[in-house]
Design a protein around this ligand. Sequence first.
Ligand SMILES: [Zn+2]
Length: 123
Amino acid sequence: MKRSDRIVGVVILIALMLTIVSWIVMHRTRGAVAVVRVNDKVVATVDLTSLEPQTLHITGVLGPLVIVADGKGSIRVAEATCPDQICVHTIPARSPGDQVICVPNHMVITVEGKGTGIDALAQ
Ligand SMILES: [Zn+2]
């Protein structure tokens, strides 16, 4: 293999990687709706495309939870009665497939959407 062939090969490889990375970034869409479940039962759905901040008060297995949608497309647990507080410290969910889980409360927030996000691609 000639040296120039190798350089062309590397350039093509870099261009291909840049194309893939930009495609992933462009297609990582916001979720359309967040579904809140307790014990596998849907207790609330939140429209994440809404620009209005929303606060939900739901009841988990251990006690009340306060869930906040910030009006910018993400949703998180603001307050919970669980001892570990892992759900409160979980990063907000915003893309299809993202989840915030409170194991002690049997509570799961799942972001669902029609977008072809990278998470949808991986499934
Ligand atoms: Zn929790």
